[in-house]
Write a protein that binds this ligand. Structure first.
Ligand code: WTA
Length: 640
């Protein structure tokens, strides 16, 4: 973990300012918030009624005003979004275009009866209409709730039902890996019987006729008759901007609720600090807007700064693995932000692919979503960044709203260490504690916690303050529990060591074991299921499932496996498909009946199971081990 020569940075934040920002975080954020445009200044910077934070009380602000109206005088003609479809089609959307379309669509929403505080579910692929809809909601104070277009009808239904959205915005199709996904069909299935859904707006993209139901109307028809004048609502700083559902350790996904003034302040500052954004930059974040990275660093961060960004609909390796490098060269991308999973995939292919591109426009590289292996970090630095681009490894979560640990080249000079997220952003208090909540000495593994409120922090979980308290604030008193393991080294640098709870990170996507297990047991032949993640060279982690069959099950194992894979795909989405399913007669449990996922994980990764003295019945271990060996042998036999 030694220091090395990856020294970066342009800013000159000194140690003293940094220390002050940590001890008096309220004054620090008070100054940062002034960088936004407010209709009315706040009277109190923070009201901390633990664990509920209210930032910039009394202030009035609007997210769409700060991303659009403020740019109309000087950069109206500047491209905001350079969109490219998988088939190579492209569109350029300037700040003036975006402004007009957002105003028009805000009026469409009003005409459909949407008012301040109402929820709008958005189920769109990566097309400009997605940020347009989000900003239109923000303009009138409606709360957007975007659902990743890879989620199944059942997942979508849970989210629509929980948020009680009156209006849904979708498209007929999305394109991915050369084929089209029937989004409208999924919407129809998901809302059947949900009477509170009043309207479905459909963006028609494909040729041919589209069957419309009584609730449906077409995007372009509604837009045609809509006025392009729409005054932004003056919203209280704490007014909810969006709900984003994310996986937790128990039951159904949780609706993480974010506010306006605090969230925007956090993004405005971190986007500048981490990416050192300049007027001439071309920014490219590969995240889908259906995840938090897309909300914060495709939609709000770049648009607050009047940046030009690439928006790409499709997968990074289609039609081949040169796609991303080709986009970087063709558009002259200067800042590139992606995931370790994507990098590991690129790294697996020959370097002659990226080496056949210039990549000379790049000046800054970023990564997010999972720990990055030091060797991948070095590959990224050398092969993509040509040893001249700093790498900003950014740690944060759906709940934190924006980056919390990251090098900040736009703010300060720092030496990088491959695999470390370096230090907390200023104005935060983050550390590593033991099981009892005591701060740990350096180089000791423990739980990553946040000890003071920060502006981007979630307001609560939608409709469930109790759960919010339990999930994040009950493990350690007055400390936010992140669910991650970390160590802080003797230079104060943080190293993330993966999740400490039952959340998996598969290809950077967050998936809860509880959701997976309830999906599996919904099959008529399954009595019990337990799921864990095992290390994977590319995806970081893949899912393996252990299932106990009901008695007298006659299903053929291979057929049953297929059905179970199907059930997960249909119940959650393709991203949650297990890599392997094992049939066992017993699951390893503690005497209190808790499934020992650690034991399952060890067996499925072919490792020593370690201490199993707390196990209720050690025969379960043998049983799981046998199921594992049997299947591995069968797979080997099949291959040869
Ligand atoms: C993980 C994604 C290591 C972590 C923005 C966290 C990371 C979870 C990093 C949140 C990183 C995110 N290094 N691990 N740079 N960034 N994580 O809500 O486990 O989808 O708790 O937000 O991703 O995932 P989420």
């Amino acid at each position: 973990m030694g220091m090395n020569s990856y020294k970066i940075g342009l800013g000159n934040l000194d140690t003293k300012t940094r220390r002050n920002a940590e001890s008096d975080n309220v004054s620090f954020w008070n100054e940062e918030a002034k960088k936004l445009s407010w209709f009315k200044p706040w009277t109190k910077t923070l009201v901390w009624n633990s664990p509920f934070a209210k930032w910039f009380i009394g202030g009035e602000i609007n997210a769409s005003y700060n991303t659009l109206d403020v740019h109309q005088d000087n950069i109206a003609k500047k491209p905001a979004i350079l969109w490219e479809g998988e088939d190579g089609t492209s569109r350029t959307i300037t700040y003036a275009d975006l402004y007009t379309d957002v105003c028009k669509f805000a009026n469409v929403l009003k005409s459909l009866g949407i008012k301040k505080g109402d929820r709008v579910t958005i189920y769109l692929p990566m097309v400009p209409e997605l940020p347009i809809t989000m900003l239109a909601c923000a303009r009138i104070g409606a709360i957007h709730t975007v659902v990743f277009s890879g989620f199944s009808a059942a997942s979508l239904r849970d989210r629509i039902d929980d948020s009680k959205s009156k209006v849904i915005v979708t498209a007929d199709v999305g394109y991915r890996r050369g084929s089209s996904m029937d989004l409208k069909g999924i919407i129809d299935e998901s809302i059947s019987g949900l009477n509170f859904v009043e309207h479905v707006v459909v963006l028609k993209r494909a040729e041919g006729n589209l069957q419309l139901g009584p609730k449906d109307s077409l995007w372009h028809e509604l837009m045609n008759g809509s006025s392009d004048k729409c005054e932004p609502e003056h919203l209280e700083s704490t007014h909810p901007l969006f709900i984003l559902y994310t996986s937790g350790t128990t039951g159904k996904p949780k609706g993480v609720l974010h506010g306006t003034g605090g969230y925007l302040t956090h993004l405005n500052s971190t986007f500048q600090w981490a990416f050192d954004i300049k007027d001439s930059d071309i920014f490219f974040c590969t995240a889908d807007i259906g995840w938090v990275t897309g909300h914060s660093y495709v939609v709000y961060g770049p648009l607050l700064h009047g940046a030009t960004e690439i928006m790409y609909e499709g997968v990074p390796d289609y039609p081949d693995t040169s796609r991303i490098w080709d986009i970087i060269d063709r558009y002259g991308v200067t800042i590139f932000y992606t995931t370790p999973t994507a990098l590991r995939m690129f790294m697996k292919f020959s370097d002659t692919i990226p080496n056949s591109f210039k990549l000379s426009s790049l000046r800054l590289l970023g990564t997010v979503g999972e720990p990055i292996n030091p060797e991948v970090w070095r590959w990224y630095f050398k092969t993509i960044g040509k040893s001249k681009c700093p790498i900003v490894d950014t740690w944060w979560q759906t709940e934190t709203g924006g980056m919390m640990l990251s090098p900040l080249p736009g703010l300060e000079t720092i030496s990088l260490k491959p695999g470390s997220v370096t230090r907390p952003i200023p104005g935060t208090d983050i550390t590593v504690v033991d099981e009892q909540g005591n701060e740990l000495p350096s180089n000791t593994k423990g739980y990553l916690v946040i000890r003071k409120p920060w502006p981007g922090m979630l307001l609560t979980l939608w409709g469930d303050d109790e759960k919010y308290k339990n999930v994040y604030w009950s493990k350690f008193e007055n400390n936010y529990y992140s669910g991650d393991y970390a160590i802080k080294d003797s230079d104060g640098y943080f190293w993330l060591l993966g999740r400490a709870d039952d959340i998996l990170k598969v290809a950077g996507h967050r998936i809860g074991t509880a959701e997976l297990e309830s999906s599996l047991v919904s099959h008529r032949d399954i009595a019990e299921a337990a799921v864990c993640g095992i290390p994977d060279e590319i995806k970081g982690e893949v899912i393996v499932a252990f299932t106990v069959l009901k008695e007298n099950t006659k299903n053929e194992p291979s057929l049953l496996r297929k059905e179970l894979m199907e059930i997960v795909r249909n119940g959650i989405g393709p991203i949650a498909t297990p890599q392997q399913i094992y049939f066992v007669t017993k699951l390893p449990k503690t005497r209190s009946g808790k499934i020992m996922r650690r034991v399952l994980k060890a067996i499925a990764s072919n490792e020593n199971v370690g201490d199993i003295s707390t196990l209720e019945d050690s025969a379960a271990v043998m049983d799981v081990q046998n199921a594992f060996t049997e299947l591995q042998n069968a797979i080997r036999k099949n291959k040869s």
